[in-house]
Design a protein around this ligand. Sequence first.
Ligand SMILES: N[C@@H](CCC(=O)N[C@@H](CS)C(=O)NCC(=O)O)C(=O)O
Length: 219
Amino acid sequence: MITIHHLDNSRSQRVLWLLEELEVPYEVKRYERRASLAAPPELKRVHPLGKSPVLTDGATTLAETGAIVTFIAETHAKGRLLPERGSSDWWRMQHFLHHAEGSAMPPLLMTLVFGRIPREAPALIRPVARALMRGVDEKLLKPRLAELLDYWDAALEPTGWFAGPAPTLADVMMSFPLEAANKRIGFGGRARLGAFVERVQARPAYRRALERGGPYAYA
Ligand SMILES: N[C@@H](CCC(=O)N[C@@H](CS)C(=O)NCC(=O)O)C(=O)O
């Protein structure tokens, strides 16, 4: 039996969505973030990095969402949520599987972290920290994020999904960066991005996954 070690309000939620979509039985072990938003130390007993998600299944312990969704697809999907192996949609899916954590999440995370720095700074230097972070946001992050939003918008244009005419693992992986972008920076009128998030969140499997996962601020 697959167990997902799941943190509230986290990118782990999309793994539960995938399992519901595939109707694979699984258990959820829930962990609660601390006030600092860090995962609790118990998660380090499951995997040394102490991040979520982690999948355990018999002798297998896997971290990294991309590896986890691939494991689930290889062992349980029976071709569902997968384009034909080796087809152009297949490689498009592979691209977005890696793009989600490798390219989409870093600037979104930087926006979150840099936004917190002025609040954490000593009161005396807070105005300087605020001005500095505003500069980084305007010059570095906003242009990069605008490029990403345009890229996703264009990628969704042909079918509304990231890799072909139907949902695939690419959509599962990309759902979290899009949800996070929607909450943190907005889509700036790019209607296809909003429509994607709505379409995903309306799926019965997604709704069931929310019930299993508990608090999730991005839905
Ligand atoms: N690239 C990893 C990122 C894992 C990650 O950073 N997870 C966050 C949840 S959104 C976490 O555990 N944060 C708590 C912490 O860093 O202590 C993945 O996709 O699994």
